[in-house]
Design a protein around this ligand. Structure first.
Ligand SMILES: Nc1ncnc2c1ncn2[C@@H]1O[C@H](COP(=O)(O)OP(=O)(O)OP(=O)(O)O)[C@@H](O)[C@H]1O
Length: 288
């Protein structure tokens, strides 16, 4: 049985003549996959293509077994997909209940009583049952993110696309969001775009790194950390030979790059691997 909720082959998406995604190929299977990449890498464009909000201009894309390039395919995908966009387009005067109910109406849930039960179920799932009568403008940023996630969960979708859901959250809220997303990834396919390498290390069974519209890495998080094996070292002062270095909480400097002989090497993190991967890419491009 093909378990892939998404498969893309040589997918290209352009804005006029600018290629935001340049012939990328990948498959997404159940579990949480993290999508990392610097600003402008093409992450939102990829999520919008999966959510049928941006049309591919070449290549093949299958989402839940349907083709987003056909009108029937787009309709079918929208019915079965949960999408948390970067800007959910809240109406500030709506209450949390009204907003999620509105999304449920757009998802064509016509039976009012059943729809309202579903709205309460998803508000409950994100831990918001007692705030449903509050206007969205009165909610904190973290609470608003939960409303947006609740809206994405309407109809129990088998594919969830989350665009930077933890942005602007405090550490405690981020932790709660991580727990929620980890639970959602149990049996579902979740694609999580983020700038937080810690979220990927904590949550994801797989990570894709996009840069300049192409895939630079696709594998398990420990393999991304392993890119930095033997390339992280500590020193008292910033080592001028390092590609990057920063002072840590314990007072020493963490350097990444090509270590000089004899320096004390450190265990690499996913962030180290990610930074080195992007830097190596830039270096290669500059040489080419
Ligand atoms: N509507 C648009 N018209 C023209 N160019 C666009 C449009 N939307 C995005 N782009 C360009 O496409 C590229 C990819 O943008 P995208 O928003 O997908 O990146 P991203 O990885 O999500 O970035 P960020 O982390 O900043 O959200 C960028 O160079 C961006 O300027």
């Amino acid at each position: 049985m093909n378990r892939a909720a998404v498969s893309a082959r040589e997918l290209t998406v352009s804005y006029r003549n600018f290629r935001a995604l340049n012939g990328i190929s990948f498959v997404l299977e159940p579990g949480v996959t993290g999508l990392l990449g610097p600003n402008g890498a093409g992450k939102t464009t990829l999520l919008r293509a999966l959510a049928t909000a941006a049309l591919p201009d070449s290549g093949a894309l299958s989402v839940l077994g349907m083709d987003p390039c056909t009108p029937e395919g787009r309709l079918g995908i929208r019915r079965r997909l949960g999408y948390l966009p970067q800007d959910p387009g809240f109406h500030p005067h709506f209450t949390a209940f009204e907003f999620v109910d509105y999304v449920a109406i757009l998802k064509e849930m016509k039976d009012r009583a059943a729809r309202h039960r579903e709205v309460l179920r998803v508000l409950d799932a994100v831990g918001l049952p007692d705030r449903r009568r509050k206007k969205i403008k009165q909610l904190s940023g973290g609470m608003r993110q939960r409303v947006a996630l609740a809206a994405a969960l309407v109809g129990d979708p088998e594919l969830l696309i989350l665009d930077e859901p933890t942005v602007g959250l405090d550490p405690e809220q981020r932790l709660r969001f991580r727990e929620l997303i980890a639970d959602l990834g149990d049996g579902r396919t979740v694609l999580l775009s983020t700038h937080q390498t810690e979220d990927v290390a904590a949550l994801c069974r797989r990570v894709i790194v996009l840069d300049g519209g192409t895939i630079k890495f696709d594998g398990e998080p420990p393999a991304l950390a392993a890119v930095a094996d033997g390339r992280v070292w500590s020193s008292e002062q910033r080592d001028p030979r390092a590609l990057a270095g920063w002072r840590t909480g314990v007072g020493t400097v963490r350097n990444i790059g090509s270590p000089p002989p004899g320096v004390p090497l450190l265990e690499p993190t996913l962030e180290d691997g990610y930074l080195l991967l992007l830097d190596a890419t830039t270096a290669r491009e500059n040489v080419a």
